[in-house]
Write a protein that binds this ligand. Structure first.
Ligand code: TYD
Length: 229
C-alpha cells in the first residue's frame, strides 16, 4: 500500500498572497517530482471551488444581491467543501498524492464563525459534517501573516477590489488571530490528526515570501520524515 499523501493548507486574510503562494509551492512540489510517475504529482485546489458543485457555489457567492445570512454562508461553504473532500482530497491522499489547498476549514471558522457570529465551535462542527475528520483535517497549515497597512495597499491595487469580501481588512486579521489562539483547543475535540501550524511573514515580493514558505515546508517535511521513520 502506498504511503498516504499530505495535505498542506495556505491560509490568511485576503491580499495576504495565499493564492500566489499556493500556486508557487505547488509548482515547486511538482518540479521536484519531475521524472517520477506524473499521475502521482501533487494536486492544487482552492476553496470554495475545485468541483463542479464548488465552482457553482463560488459563482453564487459572487453574485450581488442574493440575500444570505452567515449561517447559510456556512452551509454553502461546507457543501462545497464536502464535495471537494469526497471527490478530490480523500481520493488523492488515499492514493498517496499530496494536496495543496488555497483556504480550508480555518476560513469558515474565521469568516463565518468569528466575523459572521456563527461561533467557532459551530463552524468547526459544520466542517466536521462536511467530512473534515481524522487526517483529512490537514497536515501542515501555513498562515500568511500580513500586516494590515500592507494588506490595505495590496487590496486597493487589485483589479477585482473587494469582490465577495464583506469585512474590513483589519477585522479579518484580528479574526484570524482569535481563531489561531483557539487552534490547539480544536485538536482534542475535532481531530487527532490536527495540522501543524506555522506562521510565515507575508511582506515582501512573491519570491521573497515563497522562499520563506518553502523553507517552512522543507523544515516541516523533515520533521515528518523523522517521525515516520
Ligand atoms: P477568493 O476569491 O478565493 O479570494 P482570496 O482567497 O484571495 O480572499 O475569496 C474567497 C472568499 O471566501 C474570501 O472572502 C473568504 C471567503 N470564505 C469564507 O467566508 N468562508 C470559507 O469557508 C471560505 C473557504 C472562504
Amino acid at each position: 500500500m502506498s504511503e498516504r499523501g499530505k495535505i498542506i493548507v495556505l491560509e490568511g486574510a485576503y491580499s495576504s498572497g495565499k493564492t500566489t503562494q499556493a500556486r508557487m509551492l505547488h509548482h515547486e512540489m511538482c518540479m521536484r517530482e519531475v521524472g517520477s510517475d506524473m499521475s502521482m504529482s501533487p494536486v492544487l485546489v482552492r476553496e470554495p471551488g475545485g468541483t463542479q458543485l464548488g465552482e457553482r457555489v463560488r459563482s453564487l457567492l459572487l453574485e450581488d444581491g442574493v440575500l444570505r445570512c452567515s449561517k447559510s454562508d456556512l452551509m454553502l461553504f461546507c457543501a462545497a467543501r464536502a464535495q471537494l473532500i469526497e471527490n478530490i482530497v480523500r481520493p488523492a491522499v488515499e492514493s498517496g498524492r499530496d494536496v495543496v489547498m488555497d483556504r480550508y476549514w480555518l476560513s469558515s471558522v474565521v469568516y463565518q464563525g468569528v466575523l459572521g457570529g456563527c461561533g467557532q465551535w459551530r463552524a468547526m462542527s459544520a466542517c466536521r459534517l462536511a467530512g473534515l475528520v481524522g487526517d483529512l483535517v490537514g497536515d501542515l497549515l501555513i498562515y500568511l501573516d500580513v500586516d494590515s497597512g500592507e494588506q490595505r495597499l495590496r487590496t486597493a491595487a487589485r483589479p477585482d477590489g473587494h469582490r465577495f469580501h464583506r469585512y474590513e481588512p483589519g477585522d479579518v486579521i484580528q479574526a484570524y488571530e482569535i481563531a489561531l489562539a483557539s487552534f490547539s483547543r480544536y485538536a482534542p475535540e475535532f481531530a487527532s490528526g490536527m495540522a501543524a501550524l506555522r506562521r510565515v511573514r507575508a511582506s515582501g515580493t512573491p519570491d521573497e515570501v515563497h522562499a520563506r514558505v518553502l523553507a517552512t515546508y522543507d523544515e516541516w517535511r523533515r520533521t515528518v520524515s523523522t517521525t515516520d521513520d
